[in-house]
Design a protein around this ligand. Structure first.
Ligand SMILES: [Zn+2]
Length: 502
């Protein structure tokens, strides 16, 4: 039995979730969490709303709303949408005025200070006198000094590096589109160069996807490693540290967000000790799901910050994904080119949406969602299969009281089991591979049912249990209806492939 903290990079509560959001870290994390629980691992599964994010401030200004009124509204909607999609977090922390969050930020700040890796200096910050905004993040765009793509000054979506403001070309203010000037401001920064060797070794032990390995190597070798953590005169989280109020930005505070979420959850369930049981156990593995553009914070900053905290687990493994496109174009909420999760769930079941999004999940590269293809898959493949499966199970109800593989089905079952085990482990985890496997399995069952075969009961039971993390409602309904002995199947799924099924 393993111990896991599973996290999702926090959504920005300036709008609700569209398919692009769900297809990335949200669905992958939920499936991973369900698999861990199926395999009898201990898990705390958390996320939080990034209420202090600069983009929330910008949207609030544009809509003439209060910054936190907007954040609270969308944090609640996001929470509700996740539940509708059967993405069942243990805890979704609302960051606004949350003491657990502020305390955790202060904690990681103090740990870094004690380590001697914080420093301050005067630096040039973009400022638009015309619009009266500082260009720390959401209020400015320019050219990334690392990759040359268009970026905000905080986090480049194209190369995932953290641009150096003074070196960015053509910084324009978002509102007036005019060139920004600079103001000299004293800021605090984290000396990440201190962690170069630590990170090199860390990612030898905690295996992550190839492109993230490359990113980490590139940043360690060629990146600017003094990383600013505050935003004086602008927006962030006001945290009091040693009697002094500092405006810390939300990118520094991500690790604190996860830490605070498990703490608030532990208090909520009346077991405050649970937080330390997880964070202070060297057995605990922390697996983060995030878009590739959040790699700098999650793969460079957070493992470094965590290593400062004595007695805490250091097993930190980020799992990244790329973007999903919609009908060949980028999702754009401002241009209305988006499919909202709430809307599509009026038309289709959450199972169908989860299964299909897992198939087209942009794990390693950009992928494309086409509504028509989804509807065809649903009408000609998934829905007819559910009907056929239901009929078969009704007719052969006696096949579901035990598992008993015939010689013919045992090799097929072992193949599905072994492949499933390979892609459910964190180092090789892939919802795309799991969904493909489920499709292949579905085809096997469909062909056998089409041919009028019987004796498929054991294979179907394996299909339902293996597929439960992807389509929980369908699996739960049929497992319960036919009294399928799930623990027996799970034991079998976890057995070594050389063990013969009796
Ligand atoms: Zn870049």
């Amino acid at each position: 039995m393993g111990k896991y903290i599973v996290t999702i990079a926090p959504p920005t509560p300036n709008g609700n979730l569209h398919l692009g959001h769900i297809s990335g870290p949200f669905l992958a994390a939920d499936i991973f969490n369900r698999i861990r629980r199926l395999k009898n691992d201990d898990v705390i599964f958390v996320c939080y709303s990034d209420d202090y994010q600069d983009y929330v401030v910008r949207k609030a200004m544009q809509q003439n709303m209060g910054r936190f009124e907007l954040a609270t509204h969308f944090a609640n909607r996001i929470d509700a949408t996740l539940k509708k999609t059967n993405i069942h977090l243990d805890w979704f922390l609302k960051a606004y005025q949350n003491d657990f969050y502020k305390d955790a930020i202060a904690f990681f700040y103090k740990m870094a200070a004690e380590k001697g890796v914080l420093a301050s200096r005067d630096c040039e910050v973009p400022y638009s006198a015309e619009d009266n905004v500082y260009g720390y993040e959401a209020f400015a765009r320019g050219t990334c000094n690392y990759c040359g793509e268009d970026s905000d000054p905080s986090q480049c979506e194209a190369c995932a590096n953290s641009p150096v403001m003074e070196k960015m070309g053509d910084l324009l203010s978002i509102f007036s589109q005019k060139k920004m000037g600079f103001e000299t401001i004293n800021r605090e920064y984290l000396r990440l160069d201190h962690y170069k060797d630590y990170l090199k070794n860390h990612f030898k032990r905690n295996i992550v996807r190839e492109e993230l390995q490359q990113f980490v190597q590139e940043v360690i070798s060629n990146g600017e490693l003094d990383w600013y953590i505050d935003r004086p005169r602008a927006y962030g989280i006001d945290v009091e540290i040693n009697g002094e109020t500092k405006i810390i930005h939300t990118w520094f505070s991500g690790l604190a967000g996860y830490y605070a979420a498990t703490k608030e959850y532990a208090h909520h369930i009346g077991n405050p000790g649970l937080h330390d049981e997880f964070w202070k156990s060297t057995d605990t593995r922390i697996v983060n799901f995030l878009g590739f553009d959040c790699s700098f914070s999650h793969a460079i900053v957070y493992p470094s910050l965590l290593s400062n905290a004595p007695g805490h687990t250091a097993n930190w493994a980020p799992i990244t994904n790329r973007f999903l496109k919609l009908e060949g174009g980028d999702f754009s909420t401002s241009r209305g080119h988006a499919i909202w999760v709430d809307d599509i769930l009026e038309e289709v079941s959450s199972d169908a949406l989860r299964y299909y999004l897992a198939i087209v999940s942009p794990e390693y590269q950009v992928e494309n969602f086409e509504k028509q293809k989804f509807m065809e898959w649903l009408d000609h493949w998934f829905n007819p299969f559910i009907e056929q499966l239901g009929n078969y199970m009704e007719k052969h109800a006696d096949e579901f009281t035990a598992i008993n593989f015939s010689d013919a089905s045992s090799s097929a079952a072992a193949y599905y089991r072994d492949t499933w085990n390979r892609y459910t482990e964190s180092a090789t985890f892939s919802i795309g591979k799991l969904a493909q496997l489920q499709q292949e399995f579905l085809q096997t069952l469909k062909s056998a049912m089409d041919a009028g075969q019987s004796g498929l009961g054991s294979l179907i039971q394996v299909y339902l249990v293996m597929g439960k993390p992807i389509h929980p409602e369908l699996s739960e309904k049929l497992i319960s209806l036919y009294n399928i002995k799930e623990p027996v199947l799970v034991n079998w799924l976890l057995t070594d492939s050389n063990v013969k099924v009796k």
